[in-house]
Design a protein around this ligand. Sequence first.
Ligand code: FES
Length: 353
Amino acid sequence: MGAPRQMWASAPWAEDEPLECTMIIPETADCATIAFRAPSGAWFDYQPGQFLTLELPLPGGPVHRTYTISSSPSRPLSISITVKAGPDSLGTRWMLDHLRPGMRLRAKGPAGAFSFLRHPARKYLFVSAGSGITPMMSMTTWAWDSGEMPDIVFVHAARRPADIIFRRRLEGFAARVPGLQLRFTVEDVDPLEVWPGYRGRLNQIMLGLMAPDYQEREVFCCGPEPFMRGVREMLAALGHDMTRYHEESFAAPAPEGVTVDIPAPAPVSELAFAASGARIASDGSETVLSAARRAGIVIPSGCNFGLCGTCKVQKLSGEVAMVHNGGITEDEIARGLILACCARPQGTVVLDL
Ligand code: FES
């Protein structure tokens, strides 16, 4: 255990510096918070609710995984994510089994538009399930630290009370300020524990009891895609103004019901790589990411559906058809950057790789 030390650099952390793991804190039986610092002492500048993409050195080669940040930028000396390994997880499983304090990882970000700072409102409704609680925790900690807790109804769904991540910390906040109201619902109770919260899946009646004025609230939702779809459809059916509904997902390419116009494949496309000299033919229906992989060029990627920005590459010439989910700005597109995971070459395209 190290002695306390002064560590404060004048510049914010930039992604060319690896992150050093400092702590791994168990949260529930299958979930842990992993805290990182910048070895230079740089501080972290981001918006509560944003995400970070980590490069994980798996035995078969590095993989990129995107995680919502669970810490708050109001505590800028470290940054943390809170992870739970699903049954098919590779990257998160590796972190829980192998990552130890002192190890360093490359990271990109922070990025993302899912933050209540971008949608100022008098009243909020946070709705989360499972590890979808992480961006809500970041935003709630920010509100607490700022000393101006807005009116937040915080609804969280979990399997059992023991699975509620951050329960004690949130109850500590809620016990001290009037603005934060916690509403937990669980599918099953724990043995030998009195459960005073809701029981069962979130539904319209439950929502009406938890937040009778939900129509007046700016809604932030995060959780598994089926959960978010249920919340989205429920609110839409109840006549909620869906321009005031925001969700974060790292699991689905595009919300159901959203049609995406992908131009018909260009008859003959070619991808050329200026730095390596490689070239590969493509019919224009596959993404730049997979065509590059066929040419033996690995472009780092995370979400694979245009959200995290990990696969951003510089295009030198040519046209691509690109349908993204917010992982790139208009300004970056104007400068010729593309997201390889969701861009399809239209004719000959030259990349700076
Ligand atoms: S991999 Fe996330 S935007 Fe392409």
